[in-house]
Design a protein around this ligand. Structure first.
Ligand code: ADP
Ligand code: MG
Length: 667
């Protein structure tokens, strides 16, 4: 693509927006469109959205109220009337001389009064129609930005190739890439704009689905040596011995996993289900299955303390069986580690639980046949593919506690097979969730004091570790100090955050689990924590800063014992959208519903408030509203891949073989 000449100043502004090339600029899409239509004066009614041009014919009047708030009223004359145009907080209009020509956009309030949302000197002619609105962060004026985009488009006329195969373009009536880009940046008509947006969304999702399915195909190689002969009767017997009955979803999950393991193909499966739905026992059945077939298995947890909890559980469940089980993490002594490594290498150990320490170079497995990762939502696509490489054809089972609706899951996690557990056992119990519209304990201190006095433990979550220069968010250091002083002599307050070393972290969490610490002030490191049955209260500061799925995940840490849980979401935010989002958490306990909102509102890349979600970032559209296109692209991609040698797919072949594409979709 051709680059254009830019002034150094313009170039810098663009770079600050992350736009370093013509390609970047053309792919930086408006986040919304403003539609401005001219309405004849005769048709004006109260609350009509109106736009008109006129001349300032008198002195503006100013009224002030509150702190820093003002309302300016400007008399503006048009050919029909003199209107009283009111505009908030734009005090500089005070000094405008009568005679200036303005364009007013606003709402008609009757009685010749207009409440303006904008008053500018831009001619009305230029403002009518559909105007793209970009996120420009005040770095560059919209008018100047549009000029840059226009130049890029002009320079590249005839240079931009189509990715979508001709037949599909015809089938769906899509534009060429160039025409679509031009219409999206310089819309001429609503219908054409819709078609252009569809073209670009289709192309984006088609690339994504092709990439995912292609990867899936690469991994799907038949290899009889991967087949595991699993005695299913023994599995059934094991399940009978469990202290509870499995749900139908759990049973189905176990069946799908064992079927995969018994096949000639390497398993690459995601097991997703809400917090508490019982994924661990499914994992145990898979590990037992591997053992029965004569293979080792390992279960990888994101933190040491979680690894140890899994280890204890597994040892307990298999206490009547003669199976070698070990746990491996980085803070073990050198001697201990050496002994464990020997047992793993010799094959004495059949089931190994651990952290990422499991995949250090000195770990040699005897015959590793199954790798399970817990709390997969913490890993990105890159990590899961690294794992696939390291595992050397071992079956892979990834478990995620941020479930997304089935229809979307199969598309978004397209390189894997997906099993979904949607029922939860024993989830009659609720977690009482309340949004507190103040970033402080005070409104709920009485309730909390009462719950603490009843012997409950409490988590207090803050977004930050320390007081940053610019951040206005609460941080664990300050809150820990304040709460320690407040509860002095009554409750023990502990501190936990990601910058502490592993040993310190484990020590604090252990103390909390044993009840030696009553109140744990923490960052989101507790998101994947151990079960502390007595921890029934959670307070989250600056709750609006977290993703919905993350809040749901955090909240899942309380109410895990017999008693009900209480969760308080504190926020200072006045933003309507922020409060609406928190209301979703207040009113819903279903992780699927919550992730659905999250996907819709923030996009998959943001679902967990980080870009580490393992889901791609899409430049245009959103996967909830555009799920239909996403799914159409899936079947089209599959068809293309079935005939990939067809000459018409040459560009797609090149795309798939170009490994730099990984950067586009991964993290
Ligand atoms: P998660 O899916 O969040 O990892 P766990 O596997 O930790 O959930 O299960 C949560 C709790 O539910 C555990 O205490 C587990 O023993 C229990 N559990 C799992 N399956 C069932 C079931 N079918 N009936 C009753 N309790 C169950
Ligand atoms: Mg779990």
């Amino acid at each position: 693509m051709k680059e254009i000449k830019l002034t150094p100043k313009r170039k810098e502004a663009l770079q600050q927006l992350g736009l370093n090339s013509s390609e970047d600029i053309l792919n930086y899409f408006p986040y919304r469109y403003q539609k401005l239509e001219y309405l004849d004066y005769e048709d004006w009614q109260i609350d009509s959205k109106v736009v008109f041009e006129g001349i300032l014919v008198g002195k503006p009047t100013v009224s002030r109220f509150g702190r820093n708030r003002s309302l300016i009223t400007l008399p503006i004359e048009t050919e029909f009337n003199v209107f009283k145009v009111a505009v908030f907080n734009q005090i500089w209009f005070r000094n405008r001389e009568p005679g200036t020509r303005f364009t007013v956009v606003g709402k008609y309030e009757g009685n010749n009064r207009v409440l303006a949302s904008s008053v500018t000197t831009t001619p009305m002619k230029e403002m009518l129609g559909i105007t793209p609105v970009y996120s420009l962060k005040d770095l560059i004026k919209p008018k100047n930005y549009a000029e840059t985009v226009r130049k890029v488009l002009e320079a590249n006329q005839g240079e931009i190739e189509d990715f979508i195969p001709e037949v599909l373009k015809d089938k769906y009536g899509l534009y060429s890439r160039y025409d679509a880009l031009r219409e999206v940046h310089f819309p001429t008509h609503e219908k054409r704009l819709a078609k252009a947006l569809n073209t670009l969304k289709y192309e984006q999702f088609l690339r994504f689905q092709l990439y995912m399915l292609y990867r899936k195909g690469l991994a799907h190689v038949r290899d009889e040596s991967l087949r595991k002969d699993i005695d299913r009767d023994k599995i059934t017997e094991f399940i009978k011995g469990l202290p509870f009955e499995l749900t139908a979803d759990q049973q189905q999950a176990i069946k799908e996993i064992l079927d995969d393991m018994s096949s000639d193909y390497q398993m690459f499966r995601l097991l997703q289900g809400d917090v508490g739905c019982g994924k661990t026992v499914v994992a145990m059945c898979a590990m037992y299955g591997a053992h029965l077939a004569g293979w080792q298995s390992c279960l990888m947890a994101p933190t040491e303390i979680l690894a140890r909890q899994h280890y204890q559980n597994i040892v307990r469940i298999f206490s009547d069986y003669d199976i070698g089980i070990d746990v491996l993490y980085s803070s073990q002594s050198a001697r201990e580690r050496k002994e464990i490594l020997e047992r793993i290498a010799s094959g004495k150990t059949a089931m190994i639980i651990g952290t990422h320490a499991l995949f250090q170079n000195d770990v040699t497995f005897n015959r590793l046949g199954l790798i399970i990762t817990d709390e997969q939502q913490r890993f990105g696509v890159k990590q899961r593919q690294a794992l696939q490489k390291k595992g050397d054809k071992a079956d892979l089972l990834l478990m995620s506690a941020t479930p997304i609706p089935r229809t979307l899951a199969s598309s978004l996690y397209g390189d894997m097979d997906v099993t979904t557990i949607s029922q939860s056992p024993n989830r009659g119990k609720t977690i009482h969730t309340k949004v507190i519209k103040k970033n402080s304990f005070l409104p709920v201190i009485k309730e909390i004091e009462k719950l603490l006095a009843e012997g409950n433990q409490m988590y207090v979550i803050c977004p930050a570790i320390e007081n940053g220069e610019e951040t206005v968010t609460r941080n664990v250091t300050d809150i820990h100090r304040n709460l320690s002083a407040y509860f002095k002599g009554r409750y023990h307050v502990g501190l936990l955050h990601g910058q502490m070393d592993d040993e310190e972290k484990s020590a604090v969490q252990d103390a909390f689990a044993r009840g030696e610490i009553d109140i744990l002030v923490a960052t989101t490191v507790v998101e994947v924590g151990v079960d502390v049955k007595n921890a029934n209260i959670m307070v989250i500061y600056d709750a609006n800063r977290f993703g919905l799925s993350q809040l749901h995940q955090l909240r899942g840490r309380v109410g895990r014992g017999e008693k009900e849980g209480y969760c308080y979401l504190l926020t200072d935010s006045q933003e309507k959208e922020a409060l609406e989002r928190l209301e979703v958490i207040e009113k819903n306990t279903d992780g699927f519903k919550i992730s659905y909102y999250d996907l819709k509102l923030r996009g998959p890349g943001d679902i967990l408030g980080t870009r580490q979600s393992g889901l791609p970032v899409f430049a245009i559209g959103n996967i909830v509203d555009d799920a239909e296109i996403l799914n159409i692209c899936r079947s089209d991609a599959s068809e293309i891949l079935n005939n990939i040698d067809d000459p018409q797919y040459e560009r797609i072949r090149n795309f798939l073989q170009d490994s730099s594409q990984e950067e586009v979709f991964l993290d």
